[in-house]
Unconditional design. Structure first.
Length: 94
């Protein structure tokens, strides 16, 4: 995965002004992923997240750049669909 010089500058600029921890984490991920020095496993270990999350972030970054990476799938503070009572019952039932 690679970012142009302009994209790298944009990531660094956003990182300097970002206040949201979630945004900072994803911007740091973008810089490290673009460096080519780290595997997805390395990035997952550094962020304390699973490899699948790194794959999802990379997919977003490749699909729509930094705006897509920073886009929230769900609004902050919203309840996960996995918390729905019927889903929880299915999970408990196996």
């Amino acid at each position: 995965m690679s970012l142009s010089n302009a994209q790298m500058d944009e990531v660094r600029r956003r990182l300097r002004v970002a206040r949201d921890t979630r945004e900072k984490e994803r911007l740091r991920f973008a810089l490290k992923a673009a460096s080519g020095d780290y595997t997805l496993e390395d990035l997952a270990e550094m962020t304390g997240r699973v490899r699948a999350t790194m794959q999802n972030w990379l997919k977003k970054l490749n699909a729509g750049g930094i705006p897509e990476l920073l886009d929230r799938d769900t609004p902050p503070g919203s309840i996960s669909p996995m918390a729905a009572p019927d889903i929880q019952a299915q999970l408990r039932a196996g």
